[in-house]
Structures are given as C-alpha cells and as structure tokens.
Design a protein around this ligand. Structure first.
Ligand code: SF4
Length: 372
C-alpha cells in the first residue's frame, strides 16, 4: 500500500478478514504493542470483526501512559519555578501527577509551552538566554532521536540555559518482561512499526527464537493492522514462530542508521520504572556522561520528590493487557478525559481514552481467566 485511498479499500479489508476467519481453528491471544494500533483497532471495530476465538490484548506501547509518576511530579516541580520555560509536547499537559498536571501549573502562572519539535525548545533557549529552558524528553525509540539531536546541538553550541528531563523507554525489554510474567497469555505480538523504522528488526529475533512466539512488524492503518493479525494467525495455526515485516514501506531490517547513531552517542541504557507496571531492567535511556550537564533533574535538584498514585486507577493492569478499560470501576464515572485519574485516560494513545471515545456505551465484558 502506498497511497491513502489504498488504506481505505473495503474489498481488501474483506479479503484479509476472510483469510483470518478461514485460517482460525482455535483460540489465540495476540498483543498489539502500540497504543496507536489500539486506537486503530477500537476506532474501526477491528476486534469486533474478527473470529470470536481471536482475542486482541492491548499492550504497554503508549509513551505518555508509561512515563513514571515521579518523573511527572519532577516535571511539575521544575515547571513551577519562575526562571523556567518548560517545553513539552501537548499530550503531556493533562497527564495527572500526584496532585495536579502541567496545565494546572500553567494556569497558576508557570511558563509551560507546547513545542512541536525538540529543536524549537533549543531555539527558544538561544533566543531567551536569561531564562532556563527545559525540554520534557519522553517516549519510545521513536521520539528519542529528535530529543538526542537537540541535546547534541546544545552541547556542540555550548548553550548553557538548556536542559532536558529525560524519561525514554525501550520496547524490547518491555516485550521481554511481558513474556517472562507468569500471567502472560500472549501468543503472538504485533510490533510497533514506527519503533522498528528507527531501530530495525534485529532486536526481536532473539526473543522470537527464545520464546517461540510469532512477531509481526505492523503499521497503524486499519489494513496494516488486519494484515499483521492475518500473518500472526497464519503463523500460530501452522505452528511457526517467525519475525515478519508486514510494514516494509516504512521499516528496513537495519532501521534508520543515522538516528541509531545519535541515540547511541547521546544516551545510555538504564533501568526504568514504567508507570503502573514497575521497574523493568535495562528498559530506559538516560543522558550519557558527556551530556550530563544538560540533565534537568540534577540541575534543579528534584530527584527526591515523593509520589502517590490514585488508589482507584488500574492503568497498570490495562497496560499489561490484564483487564480492558471497561473492567475498571472508575471508567467513565470517576475517571473521564476531563477529569482523568490515570494517564491512560488522557493520552492520544491510551487504551482508556480509546474505549471512552469509541466504546463508552458498550457493556463491559470480563474475559474469562483474566487477572484483576
Ligand atoms: S479508566 Fe481511569 S482510573 Fe481506570 S484504569 Fe483507566 S485511567 Fe485508570
């Protein structure tokens, strides 16, 4: 598929669905890793068109949702300082910290600005040398290269009033953690195509071999998702476990070498806490030693902030595919996009937000055998 109208081809969708129905002989549980794929599935009702035996499990691939609470609270503390211009992508503004969010800080007079590129934040720092400009650098391997580039350029130009609050996370360790969990029911994965477009596909080959689980690199349009499901089902039904690339228009095996180089230069791997999930070894990125002077956490001394998650929020279980948003008692009542209790209700890629937008009026259906 190359053009937009090809993504909306109902005849092709029908053919792909027919293939899945014909091939399916028994129950299979497939996880779509990325929140963008979750939204595509829920928005277009793809799960409702599949054979009943196919269960799609929503994965943890929402960068906003998994940013740890303590990092949000550090962001709030830094953004509240009078000398700071705090730059963030817009989807972080309403993510709740322990007590409030960045939008609240802004309404109280904090200088919180939405940027569309990390380089905009760097340009702001150069334009306003008397202010401290801080970039909120979150997300998966997709957003990390652009943030790394801003750090690299600030370092090379000797910009002293620019720093970054880093909370990047990596997908392969999260997939490993899911597979290692005793409660794991996932039998195949739809991998996030945009992550693979940066990092390539090689990191997943050892996981496929070790766990004997099919993995299909998948895009985000409805037909991309259907093709990913079709390939996963064909593998499962034939007893194969292979790494397949169903998104070749964006993903090459080697990924984007320039992006990988800048990542490897600016960041180093560290353990990282995922909101609602806990610490996953070697699942994060932090500034490498030559760039530590640009670390906002150290510059503003916010490392020791205490946090408290809403006791009502079950987003950790949602992120691990253990429950659907409907199964959370607060869904649509005490937790809505206007008054969210958890990040998964706020983010454009959050599963709770997808269900609120497209499935609010559906009856909750508790899947047998699910945790919770
Ligand atoms: S519906 Fe709200 S409270 Fe429940 S898991 Fe989702 S974000 Fe948390």
């Amino acid at each position: 598929m190359r053009y937009l109208d090809e993504f909306n081809d109902p005849a092709l969708a029908r053919r792909l669905l027919d293939d899945v129905h014909r091939a399916t002989t028994r129950p299979w549980a497939i996880m779509e890793v990325c929140g963008g794929q979750t939204h595509s599935i829920v928005r277009h009702g793809i799960d409702q068109l599949l054979p009943e035996a196919i269960e799609l499990i929503h994965g943890p691939g929402c960068p906003v949702c998994v940013t740890p609470l303590e990092v949000i609270d550090r962001a709030l503390a830094i953004a509240s300082r009078p000398e700071v211009v705090f730059c963030s992508f817009g989807d972080m503004l309403r993510v709740p910290g322990s007590e409030h969010d960045l939008l609240t800080v802004k309404s109280r007079g904090g200088d919180v600005r939405v940027v569309y590129s990390p380089l905009d934040a760097l340009a702001l720092a150069e334009a306003e040398p008397d202010r401290q400009v801080v970039l909120f650098a979150i997300g998966f391997e997709t957003t990390a290269p652009a943030n790394a580039l801003a750090v690299l350029q600030a370092h090379q130009r000797g910009v002293t009033n620019f720093s970054v609050l880093v909370s990047h996370v990596l997908v392969p360790p999260a997939v490993t953690a899911i597979l290692a969990s005793p409660s794991c029911r996932v039998q195949a994965f739809l991998l996030a195509g945009h992550v693979c477009s940066v990092m390539g596909t090689g990191q997943y080959a050892p996981l496929v071999r070790q766990h004997r689980v099919p993995m299909v690199v998948t895009g985000f349009e409805p037909l991309d998702v259907l093709e990913g499901i079709r390939r996963a089902v064909l593998q499962l039904e034939s007893g194969r476990a292979e790494l397949e690339n169903a998104y070749p228009r964006a993903v090459r095996d080697e990924g984007n070498e320039a992006a990988r180089r800048v990542l490897a230069d600016v960041f180093e791997v560290c353990d990282r806490t995922w909101r609602g999930i806990g610490t996953i070894p070697a699942s994060g990125l932090r500034l490498a030693e030559p760039y530590r002077r640009l670390d906002a956490e150290a510059r503003f001394d916010v490392g020791a902030i205490r946090t408290g998650e809403s006791p009502l929020c079950r987003s950790g279980e949602v992120l691990q595919g253990l429950i659907t948003p409907h199964e959370c008692e607060a869904f649509g009542t005490r937790c809505t996009p206007r008054a969210p209790l958890g990040a998964t209700m706020v983010s454009g890629e959050g599963a709770c937000a997808a269900y609120y937008r497209y499935r609010r009026l559906d009856q909750p259906v508790a899947a047998p055998g699910r945790g919770g």
